[in-house]
Design a protein around this ligand. Structure first.
Ligand code: ACM
Length: 533
């Protein structure tokens, strides 16, 4: 459809109701009414806070004539298509992708000092240019651009709005390379569509790692061809006795590519040697006594263990890791290792000494929960710290010592960024074993200085886990993740120098209308000055 094809029927309609229009005094013949000119979002009003913002000059106004100008590469064109896909429904503008012309929104790759994920956004009256040295940087720049437009841009129907982007320059790059979120799909199973929705929410805040907790006592969620009962039997349960579910290998591959198209890497976790009742229930031979326990639908932890002394255990682990590694283009494979309360310490160490080389053999980097630091973390392994302020000094020191010896850390302190912790005692969902975690507490800590005795260079990033004992729907996920997830994302992305609760809470509040437009129901924390209306 050409521009004229689109405008002709409107002109005819206007002529046909000339009297009415004249009486209303709102239209000039054949022209759209001017949209209300609201305030322009300041360049700094973005979550995560950009590294550097230089406001100045007149804004750019998106119009029916705006094109999305992309460099020749297919990947830049794809990022441009993603941007246009967000902007077209709400603006109603055609926003064609083109390699020609001037002005408009330009996505441009060039060699420069942007790093793997950084970008520059320049906005002025003739256009907006995003520049990066890799497509991931352009994608993150697109998220910034999106947040600079009115929240109504997120709606999927045409909105009558003034689509302006403030003038100036944003130069941005992440503090940490690993900015993660974990979704527990074991305690309750979440469908492919539900996981896709969460991936879209992560991308908006420049989160680049999705850790999928694929196995636990209550359910095994990934089809393993060499051990079909894991998913076929061990997948058919969940907390509370629901039917559970699992991802076929094709579905898992789809999720991996859906995430990759949003520059999110999937980190699959098979938790072991504890948290393994679903596997033990599926195959009697994995149990030391050769007897399969029943499937489990409760919420206790620490009662299950793979049989460390049996060779079949390592055949099982090798097969699972081989298949999962083949399905996963990402660099990491998470082997759990938490709460192995039914495994002796000696067995735990023996198990981890045998399993870590299997992960390496299949070409993946190891991530384990921080209890791995009590064994012998392999060279290059990352430990995911999930302790609390109140965790013993000895346990913290064990982690710090591993960090000084070269083990990288991902920080997920449970009394800060476990998104399943209740906000207050009245929060209807979630747990409280790590405490009540309001929005300010969740945001107000520094990953670089969090654990005493840890060199800053050992901290590889921040991850916000979301455990699903109490969560069944996307609405449940949204309510616990928002507004804390953007804070964890900011801790991972933004320079420490930008950290300030008083300015953060204002930027966070400005996200509320965007979540409303996206259909994300969130906790209206009284700590945050949400806009009224
Ligand atoms: C954990 O919360 N058990 C890692």
């Amino acid at each position: 459809m050409t521009r004229n094809d689109r405008t002709t029927p409107r002109t005819a309609r206007v002529l046909g109701s000339l009297l009415l229009v004249a009486a209303a005094g709102a239209f000039t013949l054949g022209a759209a009414p001017a949209p209300p000119e609201g305030p322009v979002t300041p360049l700094s009003q973005v979550v995560p806070a950009p590294a550097s913002v230089t406001p100045g000059g007149a804004p750019y106004r998106l119009t029916r004539a705006t094109a999305v100008r992309v460099d020749g590469s297919a990947e830049v064109r794809r990022v441009g298509g993603y941007l246009a896909g967000i902007l077209r429904p709400s603006t109603g503008y055609p926003l064609p992708l083109t390699e020609h012309g001037a002005g408009g929104i330009r996505l441009h790759l060039e060699k420069g000092d942007f790093g793997a994920e950084g970008y520059r956004l320049r906005s002025g009256p003739t256009g907006v240019t995003l520049t990066a040295s890799a497509p991931a940087g352009l994608f993150h720049g697109v998220q910034t651009l999106r947040q600079l437009l009115p929240a109504a841009v997120e709606k999927r129907t045409v909105q009558h709005q003034d689509w302006r982007i403030a003038g100036g320059t944003v130069e941005d790059r992440p503090r940490y390379a690993y900015r993660g979120a974990m979704l527990d799909v074991s305690r309750h199973f979440f469908t492919v569509a539900q996981v896709e929705r969460y991936i879209d929410e992560l991308a908006l805040y420049k989160v680049n790692e999705l850790h999928l907790h694929l196995s636990d006592d209550q359910g095994w969620r990934i089809a393993i061809n060499s051990w079909p009962r894991l998913a076929g039997y061990g997948g058919a349960s969940e907390v509370g006795g629901g039917k559970g579910g699992f991802y076929t290998q094709a579905e898992y591959r789809h999720l991996v590519s859906y995430a990759a198209a949003r520059y999110v890497e999937v980190v699959p976790e098979i938790d072991m040697p504890g948290h393994t009742n679903a596997a033990l229930a599926s195959y009697a031979k994995l149990n030391c006594d050769g007897v399969a326990p029943p499937r489990y639908t409760g919420t206790e932890v620490g009662f299950s263990s793979l049989c460390v002394s049996k060779d079949v255990t390592y055949t099982f682990v090798d097969d699972v890791i081989r298949e999962l590694a083949a399905l996963t283009p990402g660099r990491y494979l998470h082997i759990g290792g938490d709460e192995a309360h039914s495994t002796s310490h000696a067995d735990y160490v023996t198990f981890m000494d045998r399993v870590q080389p299997i992960v390496a053999k299949y070409g993946k980097k190891i991530i384990g929960w921080h209890q791995l630091t009590g064994a012998h973390p392999a060279k290059g392994a990352l430990a995911q710290y999930w302790g609390l302020d109140s965790t013993s000094a000895a346990e913290k020191e064990q982690v710090a010592q591993a960090a000084r010896n070269g083990t990288g850390l991902i920080l997920s302190p449970a009394d800060r960024v476990y998104l399943d912790m209740k906000y207050t005692k009245d929060t209807p969902l979630g747990l409280s074993w790590a405490g009540l975690v309001e929005v300010r507490r969740s945001y107000d800590w520094d990953p670089g200085a969090y654990l005493a005795g840890v060199p800053a260079s050992a901290v590889k990033g921040v991850e916000a886990p979301l455990w699903s004992e109490t969560l069944k729907t996307s609405a449940d996920i949204d309510y616990m993740a928002f507004p804390r997830l953007p804070g964890a994302a900011e801790l991972g992305w933004s320079p420490a120098a930008t950290h300030d609760w008083d300015t953060y809470k204002v930027r966070l509040a400005a996200q509320g209308p965007r979540w409303d437009a996206l259909g994300i129901g969130y906790y209206h924390s009284p700590q945050v000055p949400w806009p009224s209306g």
